[in-house]
Design a protein around this ligand. Structure first.
Ligand code: EPU
Length: 418
């Protein structure tokens, strides 16, 4: 298993380019199953979860061509196997994203229940209830969800009991080919949902309200091909913003969309970071000692749960007490004991972590437990004194494109050890 050897202490400096958003790439790849014509998707990050999704589309019967620049061309002329087998999707949380498209396109789908994941249970009840509202008959057995809609899906009114990002995307992808009107209430407003809606609209779907809590869809009988460039990865960009701040560096992040990160930027400014933004760039610089601020994760446009672990690492370097509250996932503090081993002072009380800073961190061997927790440990290692050996970086490889090359380009001492 690969590890990162990181020697901390150097302030990062220079410019870094943002990759395409993993969490847009996954649903837009799934959406390409909805048309029999070719769909070209640009700026797709080549990370492990995307490799898994591409493998799944090939299994379904699509041809998938990938070039070095991140352009992926999917052609699902026919769907031979409307199935997502366990062997392919066991490492990916997002397998349920093909449920909606497969049942909408072929009238049936058989999808392995997503594997357990370290950050919390992986329920798909909201996806299932929503698809049933469109007339799909669904049962679960042998670890699979089986959906049928022999006479096609019918539009309906759905109000999600709680906001779900992939649940909203899954239902949206089903509704575009359902007969009549679908209204989705309490929809997720994340930029990735809007990106999927933009692709679907280009394919000929009729969608209003994406990016708000109510999305209305008028079903169409078929969708055409499209050529779509996905949005920049706001979580990757936010991670580099924090990397600049935590090392007291001077980092410019290019090719991003600062509007997608307003909650993070506001809070980091309150903590004392100097951040300038333009249309597609952000620049972070040291501005004296960081101060502690409190943070609660909320759905978009609030502070993203996917940046909680990285922000918590930042707060170990801020003066004072910071309360970090996680409201989206029940078990997303696994980086905390590892940060403790590097000298951070953090106590967990239920859904809250109480961080006392600033702590002088010292390099240590640490182990990654999930994607964003890994980023948090890497950030801490960048500021720690001496060497850290960060184990199980396959979690990082699931979602960050060329992370070590990008950090090294900013002057970090980081090498991959096989
Ligand atoms: N939930 C249910 N039932 C469902 C679906 C979700 O109870 O049927 C619960 C979840 O357990 C969770 C909450 O609802 O407590 C919100 O989960 P959501 O469905 O919004 O999460 P997701 O769609 O599975 C996406 C991202 C995650 C990100 C969350 C929250 C993708 C592929 N994944 O997951 O990204 O943390 O939204 O913003 O878009 C990551 O990139 O590291 C990552 C985990």
């Amino acid at each position: 298993m690969d590890k990162f050897l990181i020697r901390g202490g150097a302030p990062l400096a220079g410019e870094v380019q943002t990759s395409g958003a993993k969490n847009s790439a996954l649903p837009v790849l799934a959406a390409s199953l909805l048309s029999s014509e070719p769909v070209t998707l640009r700026r797709i990050p080549q990370v492990r979860d995307i490799g898994t999704m591409q493998k799944l589309l090939r299994y379904n019967g699509a041809t998938v061509d990938v070039d070095d620049s991140g352009t992926v061309r999917v052609h699902a002329a026919t769907i031979a196997n409307p199935e997502a087998p366990y062997e392919i999707v066991k490492t990916m949380r997002a397998s349920s994203l093909v449920l909606g498209p497969l049942v909408a396109r072929t009238g049936r789908a058989r999808v392995s229940m997503p594997g357990g994941c370290a950050i919390g249970a992986r329920p798909i009840n909201l996806h299932v209830n929503a698809l049933e509202s469109l007339g799909a008959r669904i049962h679960q057995e042998h670890g699979y969800v089986e959906a049928r809609a022999d006479n096609g899906l019918k539009g309906g009114k759905i109000k999600f009991d709680r906001i779900t990002v992939t649940g909203t995307e899954d239902l949206l992808m089903a509704a575009v080919l359902a007969e009549g009107e679908t209204v989705i209430d309490n929809a997720a407003r994340e930029p990735e949902v809007v990106d999927v809606a933009n692709l679907l609209t280009q394919m000929g779907a009729k969608i209003e309200g994406a990016g708000t809590s109510t999305i209305t869809v008028q079903g169409v009988s078929s969708l055409k091909g499209a050529d779509h460039t996905i949005i920049p990865d706001r979580i990757e960009a936010g991670t580099f913003l924090i990397a600049g701040a935590i090392t007291g560096g001077d980092v410019r992040i290019n090719g991003c969309n600062p509007e997608h990160l307003m909650a993070t930027i506001d809070l980091m400014r309150q903590a004392g970071s100097l951040i300038e933004t333009g249309e597609d760039w952000m620049h972070v610089r040291k501005n004296g000692q960081l101060r502690s601020v409190d943070m609660t994760t909320v759905e978009y446009p609030g502070f993203a749960t996917d940046l909680q672990a990285q922000f918590l690492a930042l707060m170990t370097q801020a003066e004072g007490i910071s309360l970090i509250e996680e409201t989206i996932f029940e078990n997303r503090f696994m980086h905390v004991p590892e940060l403790g081993r590097m000298g951070a002072k953090i106590r967990i009380e239920g859904r809250r972590a109480i961080v006392a800073g600033a702590s002088k961190l010292s390099g240590a061997p640490v182990t990654c437990s999930d994607l964003r927790a890994s980023a948090s440990l890497i950030l801490a290692a960048l500021v720690a004194e001496g060497e850290s050996l960060v184990d199980r970086v396959y979690h990082v490889d699931r979602g960050y494109e060329n992370l070590e090359q990008k950090l090294a380009g900013l002057g970090a001492s980081i090498t991959r050890v096989a």
